[in-house]
Ligand binder design. Structure first.
Ligand code: GDP
Ligand code: MG
Length: 440
């Protein structure tokens, strides 16, 4: 990922007290290469780099204590902005039904996404959509949508393959009004390549159906090609949004960046698999992290946020800073970390953790954590608050009380002392950082 590429450059810079403009230039070259490798369109990359550079040579970055990380942060923020910043929702018509046209090349995932979207609208928005089979060309396309409808137990409107898509759309919308459907999802035909015949037919359907939303379905695996497809569909039809499919594959997702930049329309959903529930609202900041190869940083942060009481966290932070941390605080921290889930799972979500030397061999042993808890619980209040009073006889007593050995007790006390020292250093560094900064 990009983050890894930057690492080498960062290591060189880290030794220096300051980051120069020349250093930033070197970093930007890495960013540029990584984006091109992730299949981002070269024009998009050029503009992007210019914007990041401007910010990266600014005071915000150069004067911070962790300039390398600040650059990564700037890149992350600008990537997010490039994809529209905020999550963008599907349209809702003033007067129902909301008409949605699904368009795109053959095999992009239109039919599958039509089913997924119907399911999503019902499950997440309590809607009652009608799916419409308007692909009369691809053999078995109608059958495919009908099968999805059966699977989901949701209605599919079809008139066979002898009626024009425009007629199908007209009848479908009338039917939707009659049956009080609030969404009409029209699955249209695709071609292997863009051609005028297809475009003119889609245009006819558009004229008739007056869709509130024209969603371009794009296969994320097609990389650079996605840009041409998006450009053509947008020029000819005027799309209102895109759905990026097959993001469950090993694509970097560079297409996501280009599509938004080229068409100016937001990506609204991401397809994450073949099943009918594998559709997710598109989150620009998560995609940015994916492109950066930062791991699922945001999921990790979310997880931590839901589990850690903010007030308590602040109190602990203060204690760390002033070196007042007690064994009771330590136990509490341990409990919090455990409530977030298995430790090795958490480590996996951390950027670069999997690749860190040595970490591979760290077996996070739940039994060991239980032992630590037992030792701390065997201490008196005074001992927990001031470990310096823990002499040999106290340690012996604690080992006995907790069913552990003196060595176990000694090791924990030593680790605790080291942790305190480390935390004090860390919080000293934190002070220099900007408030609210993720620091990469
Ligand atoms: P259409 O020609 O645009 O209607 O494309 P289809 O809906 O028929 O999908 C083409 C193929 O892509 C099918 O095999 C789908 O199962 C698969 N597909 C669609 N969306 C996704 C996705 O998000 N992830 C994966 N892995 N496969 C997908
Ligand atoms: Mg289809």
């Amino acid at each position: 990922g990009l983050a890894e590429r930057l690492q080498g450059t960062l290591n060189k810079i880290r030794g220096k007290g300051k980051v120069s403009e020349a250093d930033v230039k070197v970093m930007m070259r890495e960013v540029r290469l990584a984006l091109l490798e992730a299949d981002v369109n070269f024009k998009v990359v050029k503009d992007f780099i210019a914007r990041v550079k401007e910010r990266a040579v600014g005071q915000e970055v150069l004067e911070s204590l962790t300039p390398g990380q600040q650059v990564v942060k700037v890149v992350n923020e600008e990537l997010t902005a490039l994809m529209g910043g905020e999550q963008s929702k599907i349209a809702t018509a003033q007067k129902p039904p909301t008409v949605v046209m699904m368009v795109g090349l053959q095999g992009a995932g239109k039919t599958t996404t039509t089913g997924k979207l119907a399911n999503h609208l019902r499950k997440k928005h309590n809607r009652n959509p009608l799916m419409v089979a308007a692909d009369i060309y691809r053999p078995a396309a109608i059958k495919q949508l009908e099968t999805l409808g059966k699977q989901l137990n949701m209605p599919v409107f079809s008139m066979g393959d002898q009626v024009s898509p425009v007629e199908i759309a007209r009848n479908a919308i009338a039917k939707a009004k009659e049956d009080h459907h609030d969404y009409v999802l029209i699955d249209t035909a695709g071609r292997l390549h863009i051609d005028e015949e297809l475009m003119s037919e889609l245009d006819d359907v558009k004229e008739l159906a007056k869709p509130d939303e024209i969603l371009l379905v794009i296969d994320a695996m097609t990389g650079q090609d996605a840009v041409n497809v998006a450009e053509s569909f947008n020029e000819r039809l005027g799309i209102t949004g895109a759905v990026l499919t097959k993001l469950d594959g090993d694509t970097r997702g560079g297409a996501a960046l280009s599509v938004r930049a080229v068409t100016g329309t937001p990506i609204k959903f991401a397809g994450m698999g073949e099943k009918t529930d594998a559709l997710e609202p598109f989150h620009p900041e998560r995609m940015a992290s994916r492109i950066l190869g930062m791991g699922d940083v945001l999921t990790l942060i979310e997880k931590a946020q839901t589990n850690v009481d903010e007030e308590r966290a602040k109190e602990l932070e203060r204690k760390m800073r002033t070196n007042e941390l007690t064994f009771d605080d330590f136990l509490e921290q341990l409990a919090q970390v455990r409530s977030m889930g298995p430790l090795d799972e958490l480590l996996n979500m951390m950027p670069g953790a999997g690749k860190m030397k040595g970490l591979k061999n760290v077996q996070v042993d739940e039994k060991q954590i239980g032992q630590i808890e037992a030792i701390v619980r065997s201490m008196t209040k005074a001992e927990k608050e001031d470990p310096s009073i823990l002499n040999a006889s106290r340690r012996r007593r604690i080992a006995k009380g907790s069913g552990t050995s003196i060595q176990d007790v000694n090791r924990l006390i030593k680790q605790f002392g080291e942790m305190k020292k480390m935390m004090k250093q860390m919080s000293g560094m934190q002070k220099g950082k900007k408030k609210g900064g993720m620091g990469g």
